[in-house]
Design a protein around this ligand. Sequence first.
Ligand code: F6P
Length: 341
Amino acid sequence: MKIGILTSGGDCPGLNAVIRGAVLKGIAIQGHEFVGFRDGWRGVVESDVIDIPRSMVRGIAKQGGTILGTSRTNPFGDGGGPDVIKANLERLGIDAIIAIGGEGTLAAAKRLTDAGLNIVGVPKTVDNDLDATDYSFGFDTAVHIATEAMDRLRTTGESHHRCMIAEVMGRHVGWIALHAGMAAGAHAILIPEQKVSVERIGQWMLAAHARGRAPLLAVAEGFVPEHMETPHSQRGLDTFGRPRMGGIADQLAPQLEAITGLETRTAILGHIQRGGVPTAFDRVLATRLGMAAIHSVVEHRWGTMVALKGTEIRSVSFDEALGKLKTVPQDRYDEAAVLFG
Ligand code: F6P
């Protein structure tokens, strides 16, 4: 079979490990042939493909980003749609697609599968917000980077007797903030799932200060404090009309200074969390997902996604996988909040 691979949506550490896992497994079991679509669905719509020989995946598991490039192109947009894509695949002799992406990518993959295309999905999100998989690759790396950054913020905060706020990714869910905050010993963790007033955050800061600590806070970019009406985390739109995320830490800092009298500094980690080498955990998970995707292709399980369930990689239908955001449950937040003191 000739299998086309694409990476779509925001990049994520581990994408290259998925590609390598799929290609090596595919070559090993049945001598499949591989091509890559450049920049996600754009490459599918525009027939922009490159061959992926074995030599191309050598040593790439540890490489950040994606060797195929990515974009947020919608395959149903101008010039796209199932008929165009089917014709492209036929002309290129491509039998099946492995689509590596998040909710948007997988939703598009489902529509295309419903229209008769042969697609298998691999979940990708640093935010870890896809419900059907216990963990997604890239999350562990992002947590690792955020934890290290918070450890660094702690020492500078302590030296200056300041409060330090680390803003991490997480548009809709607070998994990165929760894990990095727990690991780094944050005095407050602020996530979209939990409405907390600015006054309450101030109390946590003052409690830490009273114990002689420099308050250290982890805030997810999608956090909205109680009583705040406007979505704070959108710093306007970019040239392409997409929201720029980030900025809640800078909005909170002056308000918290006013309440607590404590000098407060912020650090927005942003895309640093998505760049660079994946952790060993993410490399292994991504490799296993890539290999499992080949099994799904060989077994013609179109319209399904590979997912981590416990320690096993399983196959779930797009219907099962889509539309369910994995939010931080109350008990996980309460557990972390014990540490705020
Ligand atoms: O969905 C992952 C994510 O990293 C979000 O947490 C973040 O808000 C967003 O992507 C930013 O993506 P970009 O700037 O690449 O559009």
